[in-house]
Ligand binder design. Structure first.
Ligand code: MD3
Ligand code: FE
Length: 218
């Protein structure tokens, strides 16, 4: 018997390459084929450098849990923000940057017009329902000519993309599992954040969202 043709749109989950602004592009689903390998690598990193809630210079504990891998990791404490070659919690160097992270970042950056991007650091963020990341700029890296590549895994989130000034009303960009965004050029110093994560269940990550930000920090 002939199977009934389902009313599916083959392109529903196809590529969604959306230019977000000068130097910024959303590569929808770019990391989908690698999702499981990336999550396995996150678990491996977290086994050696556990997720923790860092304290801001102002004394607030961050709701988002973080860890790092690579030659240096982004940390904050009462003394300020910095890249540190060692994990302050263990005194050991951060776990090496997994090959899958570095390869993905290079391919995504090239697809977005940054052909020679070589990440040396990755901040791994873990969001539970109710967690948010308030508007900020990423300016602890040495050279802003390098883009930042971000990879979303697990629960969906709403990314908040502000402008050059903190007061600019942010645009809301939905990010799903497997989405990759490359932020370079004139967008590199844009204010950005993540809206409060809504509760949900993802088949791959359960009740959390992970975000990888691959950077050239040093
Ligand atoms: C735009 N992470 O770790 S990723 C961060 O989803 C951070 O966890 C968010 O902001 C997250 O610093 C957003 C997207 C992102 C990352 C870096 C950027 C957007 C950016 C740097 C400049 C402009
Ligand atoms: Fe950021």
């Amino acid at each position: 018997m002939m199977a009934a043709r389902l009313p599916v749109d083959l392109f529903d989950d196809g590529p969604r390459d959306v230019p977000l602004g000068p130097g910024a592009v959303l590569l929808g689903g770019f990391a989908l084929p690698l999702g499981e390998a990336l999550l396995a690598a996150v678990a491996d990193v977290a086994a050696r450098a556990p997720f923790r809630h860092m304290v801001t210079p102002g004394g607030w504990r961050m709701s988002v849990a973080m860890t790092n891998c690579g030659a240096a990791g982004w940390v904050t404490d009462r003394s300020g923000y910095r890249y540190d070659p060692r994990d302050p919690e263990t005194g050991r160097p951060w776990p090496a940057l997994p090959r899958a992270f570095a390869d993905l970042a290079a391919r995504a950056a090239a697809a977005a017009g940054f052909p020679s991007f070589a990440a040396d650091a990755c901040l791994v963020n873990r969001y539970a329902p109710g967690n948010r990341l308030s508007l900020h700029q990423d300016r602890n890296e040495r050279d802003f000519a390098h883009p930042i590549v971000s990879v979303s895994l697990g629960l969906p989130a709403t990314f908040l993309w502000g402008g050059e000034r903190r007061a600019d009303r942010p645009r809301r960009v939905p990010l799903r599992h497997g989405d990759v965004v490359v932020w370079g050029g004139a967008s590199r110093l844009a204010f950005h954040g993540v809206d409060t994560l809504r509760a949900g269940t993802d088949a791959r990550t359960g009740d959390v969202r992970y975000n990888l930000t691959l950077r050239r920090a040093l």
